[in-house]
Design a protein around this ligand. Structure first.
Ligand code: TEU
Length: 542
């Protein structure tokens, strides 16, 4: 029997299939490569894998532009490869979460090909089509996240269609019940195959404003939680009018009902909506009848400061009273967090270790992104190397997302670090990444990789860390101190995210404090004062 709540507090490892392991020599990762490396993934101590899209796609947005939701792109293999991969994952005790990109399709999806063919075909209303204004310009001021207008003129229909992302990613019209049904059918297809959950791409973009009202200007919150500008400073997006349309709640309920019919399945929605994202997340994940969990971009920005993290976590406590958050410091869209958080190469490993320890003891589930367990930094790429259309468009002001998508490094001494036996790779493998390959780090007791393993084992061993409560203690601006508690078991954590040593005087009311050794750190307790080194952490039973 499956534990229906396995996802609460789970650790999910994100695999970017194109860059994980190549088995065919074409320099692109594939499903068989994932299967071959699953034992490694399981050895980290994670609970699940999340696979970025591997579906049939013209790859305009590296697979986030799907042209067949129910098949595997030949570049990645076949459905049989997928089934084999899933069976191996399950044998190793890993759940499998796949990426559903249903807010938009590829412009080559048969649905769109039909929809754009006339104004009267059966799928004419499956996408967001609108007439131009009398002067011929776009229906309203909506912008694409990847730059330029959110509308594209179609010469056949003599109408505009809406796209939140690339022109090649037309937005589905969720107001049409047939579209909802078609999308739910694709979800059912994968549930029947046996997958354990879905990461729902841009889940708050499903419904557009039916009246196509102009957007008000985007007001950026440059200090607070939900700093969309920080991860994405060159986006020209202002809000598509009230992205969290009430209709979406009803749709998410239908989706949940479908999943509940299978049991033990989960959803993790991506909610990137600037300052309001946690409010949206709270609505989407409350009440056990919509999504299981969501993640926001709050920890995907540059801030690795105690005051900021405390602010995010307390905002969560105030808003998400009845829902569940999934945290991540890195993914395939943002600069790798070691690079974001520190520029001194000497300190990168310590920051990698401190950040996994911190995220592993926050309240919530967590997503790790392939390669972060090696302490990989953002790859520096030349313009000629770029493959991300978003980066190509805004170079050099914004270098795009390729720097975090370079191939995984397995063997320090092998050509292309063991990613492929072919002559070339789709993105270069940086030399400094190869030196951090899995085999090199396996051999070192205090490597970042072994620290990840020890930290995830520590998390597993302490139930308060999985889904216990979290209470903050007062500290100065530079320190983060909180207690995690469940069923009478209480663990105190103190984090020093600065590069200077810090002292923290324990409040008397905590009573007896018994230090617990936290893998990889040197802090100590001295007569009621926690002595923390630079970039250090402390744990105690209270
Ligand atoms: O990302 C959604 C999203 O909001 C991104 O535009 C994000 O703001 C940006 O990448 C930050 O640099 C999802 C996927 O994760 C992304 O890879 C896709 O390109 C996008 O949806 C469109 O499907």
């Amino acid at each position: 029997t499956v534990d229906a709540n396995w996802w609460r507090g789970a650790v999910i490892y994100q695999i970017y299939p194109r860059s994980f392991q190549d088995t065919t020599g074409d320099g692109l990762g594939d499903i068989k490569g994932i299967t071959a490396r699953l034992a490694y993934v399981a050895s980290l101590g994670v609970d699940a894998i999340w696979l970025s899209p591997f579906f049939t796609s013209p790859m305009a947005d590296m697979g986030y532009d799907v042209s067949d939701y129910c098949n595997v792109d030949p570049m990645f293999g076949t459905l049989a490869d997928f089934d084999e991969m899933m069976a191996e994952a399950h044998r190793l005790g890993l759940k499998v979460i796949i990426d559903q990109v249903i807010s938009h399709t590829s412009d080559r999806h048969p649905w769109f090909v039909e929809s754009r063919s006339s104004r009267t075909n059966p799928k004419a209303d499956w996408y967001v089509w609108a007439d131009p204004k009398p002067d011929g310009t776009a229906p309203n001021n909506w912008l694409s996240i990847f730059g330029g207008p959110g509308w594209e003129w179609d010469g056949v229909r003599k109408q505009y269609y809406m796209h939140n992302f690339l022109i090649a990613q037309p937005d589905l019209n969720f107001h049409n019940p047939e579209v909802q049904q078609a999308v739910l059918d694709t979800v059912r297809f994968w549930l029947d195959r046996g997958i354990d959950g879905f990461r729902l791409d841009t889940v708050n973009y499903y419904f557009h404003d039916k009246e196509l009202r102009n957007n008000p200007p985007m007001v950026y919150d440059t200090e607070g939680a939900g700093m969309e500008t920080d991860t994405n400073p060159y986006s020209m997006q202002n809000h598509l009018y009230d992205k969290s349309q009430p209709e979406n709640i009803e749709f998410l309920k239908r989706l949940r009902t479908l999943l509940d019919g299978y049991g033990g399945r989960t959803t993790v929605g991506e909610v990137g909506d600037g300052p309001r994202s946690l409010t949206t997340l709270a609505i989407y994940t409350s009440g056990n009848d919509k999504l299981h969990m969501c993640y926001t971009f709050d920890l995907l920005g540059p801030a690795f400061h105690a005051a900021y993290i405390r602010k995010v976590m307390t905002t969560v406590q105030d808003t998400v009273t009845n829902g569940w958050v999934c945290w991540a410091f890195s993914n395939h869209d943002v600069v790798r967090h070691v690079t974001r958080f520190i520029d001194d190469p000497q300190e990168q490993d310590r920051v990698a270790k401190l950040s996994i320890t911190l995220i592993a003891v926050l309240r919530g589930s967590i997503c790790l992104y392939q390669g972060e367990e090696l302490g990989l930094t953002e790859a520096e790429l030349a313009f000629e190397d770029l493959r991300d259309p978003y980066g190509i468009r805004f170079w050099p002001a914004f270098k795009g997302r390729d720097g975090c998508r370079t191939p995984m490094v397995w063997e320090a001494k092998a050509p292309h670090a063991g990613f492929t036996e072919g002559a070339k790779t789709w993105l270069p493998v940086p030399r400094e990444h190869a030196a951090r390959a899995v085999d090199a780090q396996e051999a070192l007791a205090d490597s970042v990789l072994n620290h990840y393993r020890a930290t995830l084992a520590f998390r597993k061993a302490h139930p308060p860390l999985i889904d216990g409560d979290m209470t903050f203690l007062d500290t100065n601006q530079d320190l983060l101190a909180f207690v995690r508690e469940k069923g009478g078991e209480k663990l105190l954590f103190v984090f020093n995210l600065t590069r200077e040593a810090q002292d923290f005087t324990l409040p008397k009311r905590l009573g007896d404090v018994l230090p617990v050794s936290l893998p990889g750190f040197v802090s100590r307790l001295d007569r009621g004062v926690v002595k923390l080194d630079a970039l250090d952490a402390f744990c105690a039973r209270v």
